[in-house]
Design a protein around this ligand. Sequence first.
Ligand SMILES: Cc1ncc(COP(=O)(O)O)c(C=O)c1O
Length: 408
Amino acid sequence: MSLLDLLASRAPRMKASEIRELLKLLDQPDIISFAGGIPDPALFPAQAIADAYASVLGGAEAGAALQYQVSEGYLPLRKWLAGEMGKLGVACDEHNIFITSGSQQALDYLGKLFLSPGDTALVTWPTYLGALQAFNAYEPRYDRLTPDGGNMTPAAYQAAAEASSTSAKEGGKVKFAYLVPDFANPTGETLNRQQREAVLDLAGELDIAVIEDAAYRALRYDGEAQPPILALDCERSGGIENARTLYCGSFSKILSPGMRVGWVCAPRRVVERLVLMKQASDLHSPSINQVVMHRVSEAVFDSHVEKLIDAYRQRRDGLLAALEAEMPDGVSWSRPEGGMFVWLTLPEGSDATALLARSVKEARIAFVPGNAFHADGSGRNTMRMSFTLADERAVGAGVPRLAKLMKG
Ligand SMILES: Cc1ncc(COP(=O)(O)O)c(C=O)c1O
């Protein structure tokens, strides 16, 4: 008997990507990496975080910070977040806020809450790889989210699931549209207000939920802020309790990903379901990290965002200027107004995965091939470059080497 013969039907859908394996090799110091979508550790507010841990553990709150916590999360943090959501046009209170261990956990829970095997999740082509990995465990089908061109009808999704050759037929309903409307991972692109309204129109027609992944929302370097889809939804539906949009926020890109604190802002009846899920899963996110995140956010969140914007804007501009100067004809790229990523499209027929293998070996440059972000396996001629760690030296040395490889 092999233990692997005993695995659940969902297990084979959870597999390491070919790219993750390749990127594991990138720890060598001579590699210039545009691959990781991570914040620059030199920009963490380390002193403010250290001071907050010391003061919490040395003070009256030490007992509560080291104790079990309610599953919905630390109340002062939830109240603070409800206030922040209010500033974005989402009137809500602490009952609408649910604290997660990073927004990745929110994606897992929302997949678990909504998807039966064979149900359809609408996602953009490309989309955030981690969302596909989170949803995959619940055995959905995927269809491309195309608010402008329209999507299939609910009956057509059901017929497609019934006709499917997979065993996962118990679902068949289209359940939600998932998207990253601000400075998307991987494309860096942002939806304007009209496009956001179109997503809500489509969701209304299909009568499905919208999962708004706002992980990068605060990192806008230029252009005008767009309202969250949840705010537009509240406006049309009369308030958060009638909304169909579930907003996933994160402290990871601003203060610290290692502390693992994110949140969902949603109608209360959905939060209550998520609380039951968390009780069964990990009881609650670490109490002390929530207490510290609250203190640090109250003290420095806004000023720290300003610092990050100054630093990352320069790096984005540096990368875009180098691409302009060096890239061969036939290569195009996005010009993001914020976030961490530039998305490149190579000439038709190019293979960015093969290019990465050569690039690591011959040029010592890393990036992420775009194919991994496509639920249908397309996008072989696309690639993602992150600029958060791309200082002048890395860009000055790296982009010409990459361009030379592409030309050769
Ligand atoms: C679009 C998007 N959503 C969610 C996450 C998960 O972030 P975290 O779990 O650290 O909040 C990431 C991380 O890269 C991301 O890019």
